[in-house]
Design a protein around this ligand. Structure first.
Ligand SMILES: [Zn+2]
Length: 84
């Protein structure tokens, strides 16, 4: 099984809260090891969660996933064209 970036983004919240299957977790981790885009996405997502999560709940803000994906889509396309 090979994950592309968009698959990884679908699983990032699960990755961060420990909700992934062990096999999927391994594949996501492997992708993150060599993908700068997804590593950056993981870092920024983790920061957002730290800011928004409290001790009692682990709930993403309404619309978070959609906004995140829109941002990622843009960052991904820009990354492909700027070769930064
Ligand atoms: Zn990636």
């Amino acid at each position: 099984m090979v994950l592309d970036c968009k698959h990884v983004w679908d699983h990032i919240s699960g990755y961060l809260d420990g909700g992934l299957d062990p096999e999927l977790l391994r594949e996501v981790q492997r992708h993150l090891d060599h993908c700068e885009i997804c590593s950056a996405v993981l870092d920024s997502t983790r920061n957002i969660l730290v800011l928004t999560a409290d001790d009692r709940t682990f709930t993403l803000p309404v619309g978070f996933s959609e906004r995140l994906h829109a941002r990622l889509e843009k960052a991904f396309l820009e990354g492909l064209t700027t070769d930064a």
